[in-house]
Design a protein around this ligand. Sequence first.
Ligand SMILES: Cc1cc2nc3c(=O)[nH]c(=O)nc-3n(C[C@H](O)[C@H](O)[C@H](O)COP(=O)(O)OP(=O)(O)OC[C@H]3O[C@@H](n4cnc5c(N)ncnc54)[C@H](O)[C@@H]3O)c2cc1C
Length: 384
Amino acid sequence: MDFSLNPKQLEIKNLAREFAEREFPKISKKCDQEEVFDFELIKKASEVGLNGIFIDKAYGGAGYGYLENALVMEEYWRVDPGLGGALTCVYFGSEMILLFGSEDQKKNYLTPLCKGEAISAVAVTEPDAGSDVLAVSTQAEKIGDEYIINGSKMFISNGTIANFYITLCLTKPDAASRHERHSVIVIEANRPGIQRDKLRGKMGVRAHDTARISFNEVRVPRENLIGEEGNGFHYFMAFFNRSRAYVAAQGVGVAQGALELAIQFIKKKKRKTIRKNLAQYHIAQHKLGEMATWVETARNLVYKAAWYVDRGKIDPALISMSKWYAGEVGVKVVSEALQLHEEYGGLGEFDISRFYRDAKIVEIYEGTKEIEKMVIARQFFKGD
Ligand SMILES: Cc1cc2nc3c(=O)[nH]c(=O)nc-3n(C[C@H](O)[C@H](O)[C@H](O)COP(=O)(O)OP(=O)(O)OC[C@H]3O[C@@H](n4cnc5c(N)ncnc54)[C@H](O)[C@@H]3O)c2cc1C
């Protein structure tokens, strides 16, 4: 058994670290406080080969796997979760086009994403359908050569900046099985009848655009259907079994970033005052020891799950373990890091207070932690 990353993986991890350390701090505060994304950043990431990490080279991607995408995610989130999330979300949902799209769809949609000339979004959540994906009611009615779409989607990442939405729609409401009622349809953002409302004042990841989208009699051609009609639920499950494997790395990244801030803070403080209070110094050491262990265990779980995905071994329970655990470690480590900062953290040292706001989202999107635990436990009741 070999736990080390191979030279290519180390190269991409280092590239992402250098890129984030060089580019993010220049714009972090502005993007968080003004809740805006920096489009130049996408171009810069594309130029250095950090866009479309898991998309095949044939469509302009980097041609790596999901583990490499997780490594990039981890390094970005270590420096800035808001910008990191936004930047890797530029090609969000492309998994479904890669796995189930036609050759034309791959060329049309994936190539501009990889060049940094387009942004995708995944639209599944609705005001009355979050964890229960099967409750999605946005309807796509087939009339002639078109689908007519009506409904609304909620909390859509890249909602106001995306060029197209990879959307879960209800196409066969009367199908006997609930699992055969939905389809995945690409809806271009410039079609008449689409309204996009940016959601402002989120607790965290504020550089990451989030919106409510309404579709009112939106017409799309039939060739925008991904794969086969009625398979939408299964395509989304296949997507989550890949996206969760790298979204989990966000928890590792934010925890690692917070751990490093806490270490820096304690080192500075040790020099000045902490030596006079040895008990306090020992408590800080205990906390740092625990935090480092949590980060390392989460990292190992995340890498293992993504490594298996890249080898075609899709293990939903393992993927959910990594997503739940790393998300919880992110929240826990950031909280302890803030505690070690004492009153200074509370007084708003930018990075640590922002990490505290940003970490929570990993326990919510791409499956809440409660849902992840249900997926893990499901294996024990198969056939019952
Ligand atoms: C910043 C942000 C970005 C997002 N980006 C996207 C995006 O790009 N695309 C998209 O489609 N969605 C996106 N979402 C939506 C996100 O995926 C949902 O918020 C999430 O799936 C939970 O759905 P919900 O908010 O409707 O909560 P609900 O599903 O109503 O859940 C509320 C609570 O009940 C719990 N719960 C629900 N069902 C069960 C159950 N069966 N058993 C036990 N507990 C349960 C949940 O765990 C949760 O704690 C985003 C959300 C946020 C906040």
